[in-house]
Design a protein around this ligand. Structure first.
Ligand code: SF4
Length: 422
């Protein structure tokens, strides 16, 4: 049996697509580690930053070194947008379409480039994970592409315009996943813009929560402008909805938000999260933030710190601004010096640490529901529904859902004891 190895860079959507390709390959090929010699290597590339592109190139070169005779496939965003010189070691190049055909193309050892110019409205490529047999939480891709064109982001160029999976196909796939796991995370590039004719995200969620085996449903992230009242209502009434919303803010300065082409102001953002918290008490609201966007002044940084103080996020994924060739922001010349960005990041982290700790501490003495992801050496770990890392002092079945009393909070993590299995 021929062997293959795969490396996945970047986002959850790449993870999902890789899982689909592996599901197909596993029928006729044996998977080995990317550190081993394999007959076929597949690199799911990422173009979100120049660093991610560099890592994609590194994995391609590593594969060629491990086996000079191997058949090497590069797929995804960097394959779509990168220069031809980056792929001289690659036999098959697949961009943001035709991913579904990867196994067939590998079977034929089809060598060449299938990178197509991305259309404004490409068709959604259905890649159902029907053979999923793991107990971990499952990601389910329901949407691809983006029409927003934030000025720092390459994704609309790499993945093309917005398109969504047919809702029947999503529901079939979710039912198959729920035979093995009880938690599903809906993913996409712009998940909140899911639509299938008249069928929107809210309609899809209402159908998904009816699936018997499904106990927890999460959204990987959603834009503030897409959190409508009916969605908040669902978080209030439907116990299967995980009480966590990841809502990218990106900057706490209105001037920077405008230059980023983000469609809201900080006031609108803060107003909406206040409403969400009033209606869904205790909900975890986390965010993504970019520090050092071109032209970001000291005043903008101060405005950002004030916004963060008001927003009280449960955690922040904080990134230094990274130049990305081909984006509008990359044409600017007023880049912020790396040393200044470093200082700004440190100031944000300093502000954020006690806020994060206080949110976690609000669960002290309370009960949370935890999805067990790892269990060994006398302890189990996993995330609770509010997406706080939780540690338990006993071995429990991976994939099980446990009701836990929180006894201690350290560094934003919960430590507790099991009350009951859900
Ligand atoms: S919403 Fe903005 S940041 Fe998110 S994928 Fe689209 S263009 Fe990129």
């Amino acid at each position: 049996m021929h062997t293959y190895a795969s490396a996945v860079l970047g986002c959850k959507v790449n993870d999902y697509e890789a899982a689909y390709v592996e599901q197909e390959l596993n029928r006729d090929y044996r998977k080995v580690s990317f550190r081993e010699r394999a007959d076929i290597y597949i690199i799911f590339t990422c173009a979100v930053t120049n660093v991610a592109e560099g890592k994609s190139r590194k994995m391609i070169h590593q594969a060629r070194r491990l086996n000079p005779e191997a058949f090497i496939v590069a797929v995804g965003c960097y394959a779509q947008t990168g220069p031809a010189e980056a792929f001289t070691d690659v036999d098959l190049l697949i961009g943001s379409t035709e991913k579904k055909r990867i196994k067939e193309l590998i079977d034929e050892r089809y060598a060449g480039s299938l990178v197509r110019k991305m259309e404004r409205h490409p068709v959604f490529e259905t890649m159902p994970l029907l053979d999923y047999s793991r107990k971990e939480r499952a990601f389910l891709k329901i949407q691809d592409g983006c029409d927003q064109y934030c000025s720092y982001c390459i994704i609309p160029y790499a993945r093309g315009g917005e398109r969504s999976a047919a809702h029947e196909q999503v529901l079939d796939c979710a039912r198959a996943l729920c035979e093995h796991t009880s938690e599903i995370v809906l993913t996409g590039i712009h998940t909140g813009r899911y639509y299938d004719g008249e069928y929107h995200l809210i309609d899809l969620i209402r159908e998904l929560v009816k699936i018997e085996g499904l106990k927890t449903l999460r959204l990987s992230s959603i834009e503030i402008t897409e959190i409508h009242d009916d969605l908040i209502e669902l978080y209030m009434t439907e116990e299967k909805m995980a009480h966590h919303l990841h809502i990218p803010l990106q900057s706490g300065s209105n001037k920077v938000l405008k230059e980023m082409n983000r469609p809201y102001t900080t006031e609108e953002f803060l107003q909406r999260i206040t409403e969400i918290r009033e209606r869904v008490p205790g909900i975890s609201i986390s965010t993504d933030l970019i520090s050092g966007f071109p032209g970001e002044s000291e005043e903008d940084q101060q405005e950002t710190l004030q916004t963060l103080e008001k927003a009280q996020f449960s955690f922040i994924h904080l990134f230094p601004y990274a130049r990305k060739k081909g984006t509008v922001a990359d044409r600017r010349r007023d880049f912020v010096a790396p040393a200044v960005v470093k200082e700004r990041i440190a100031a944000i982290n300093e502000l954020e640490a006690p806020i994060k700790e206080a949110y976690a501490a609000s669960f002290l003495g309370k009960e949370v529901t935890v999805f067990i992801e790892r269990s060994e050496k006398g302890r189990s770990e996993g995330y609770c529904r509010e997406y706080l890392y939780t540690v338990l002092p006993e071995e429990l079945p991976v994939g099980s859902l446990q009701r836990v009393k929180v006894r201690e909070v350290r560094n934003g993590e919960l430590y507790g004891e099991v009350r009951a299995c859900c």
